[in-house]
Design a binder for this molecule. Structure first.
Ligand SMILES: [Zn+2]
Length: 333
């Protein structure tokens, strides 16, 4: 048993309270490899933004949970070397699917876990979430629960339809489980193909497809029921069209990938939404940079010559998200 505190990590409690108070949101970026982690830490250190490093089931299978945990420990020291005296870094399990998975992450130094019982019956979700909270709180680890189902695919989390969160259930759920934050479903979804073109309208000025508006009425209903309680949005990539165009220009074949417009996320960040999950956008940034090198410098075979530009492109995007979308810069001096 290792406490995250020994690793220099923090839980989400204080940063969420400050984010709600200050009208901004904390970025939760998934990581699977060193270049992605370097880019996240460089971006957070340069902007002095609190940051949540997320580890999904897919990441644990791809990179190994133990290795990712030590990488996060290294990230704290790296952040200090970059001149960030007091790094505010959370190591969070994304979409924990069982009590055992959550326990194993807590025992090895994660500072926050999500238990995703959203696919279960309501009472089973309450019971599972409560069990994880009771274990986690002994070690000061914070727990995110989920009510409502998001459409889309993220690693192995998939559903073909939305079920919006019911505001009338949230007080009962939070009170009975004791969870520290709540992921809700208001129309965001996992993956780079969040909407079909048929679901969208065309913006007359830009010619770009605009997805159906998020259910801000559901968010407002949740806020009314749970004033000041930390709310989480999953599946909040925006699918930057310039990255999609670069990928397709250099041999990719992404068709009509559509995300959540950034101004909508900005609006959410100003509310009780204090954690916004972004994964697909960094995948696009990485792939675009690598494809460009492969296409324009076909003789190159040193991985640093394409993973380096990929890292730079992800870092640029993380800074953009922090400063222009979430507004979390300058909140972790
Ligand atoms: Zn998610």
């Amino acid at each position: 048993m290792i406490s995250y505190k020994e690793l220099g990590l923090v839980n989400t409690k204080e940063m969420f309270a400050k984010a709600i108070e200050g009208g901004y949101a904390i970025p939760a970026f998934n990581f699977n490899n060193m270049e992605q982690l370097q880019a996240i830490i460089q971006a957070a250190a340069e902007t002095k933004s609190p940051v949540i490093l997320q580890v999904s089931k897919g990441a644990r299978q791809y990179a190994n949970q133990t290795l990712l945990r030590y990488m996060a420990e290294g990230a704290v020291e790296f952040a200090k070397e970059l001149g960030w005296a007091n790094p505010q870094i959370v190591l969070h399990l994304d979409h924990g699917d069982s009590f055992e998975t959550c326990k194993s992450c807590i025992d090895m130094g994660f500072s926050s876990v999500m238990i995703d019982g959203s696919h279960l019956d309501y009472e089973d979700n309450v019971a599972l979430t409560k069990k994880v909270v009771e274990y986690a709180h002994q070690f000061d680890v914070t727990v995110e629960g989920e009510l409502g189902v998001l459409a889309g695919v993220e690693d192995e989390v998939s559903s073909d339809h939305h079920t919006y969160t019911k505001p009338e259930e949230v007080v009962d759920f939070v009170t009975r489980t004791g969870c520290d934050s709540l992921a809700i479903s208001i129309g965001t979804s996992h993956g780079a193909y969040k909407f079909t073109p048929e679901q969208c309208t065309v913006d007359p000025e830009t010619g770009l497809l605009v997805p159906p508006m998020l259910a801000f009425d559901v968010l407002e209903g949740v806020e009314r029921e749970l004033p000041g309680f930390p709310i989480v949005l999953h599946g909040s990539s925006s699918v930057p069209q310039e990255e999609v165009e670069t990928i397709n220009k250099y041999g990719g074949a992404l068709k009509a990938a559509i995300g959540i417009p950034e101004p909508w996320l900005r609006k959410a960040a100003e509310s009780a939404v204090c954690k916004i999950n972004i994964d697909s956008d960094s995948r696009l940034a990485m792939t675009a940079a690598i494809r460009e090198v492969f296409a324009t410098k076909p003789a190159e075979f040193d991985p640093r010559k394409y993973l380096g530009p990929a890292r730079d492109n992800m870092k640029k995007q993380y800074i953009h998200k922090i400063v222009n979308v979430l507004g979390s810069n300058g909140h972790a001096e």
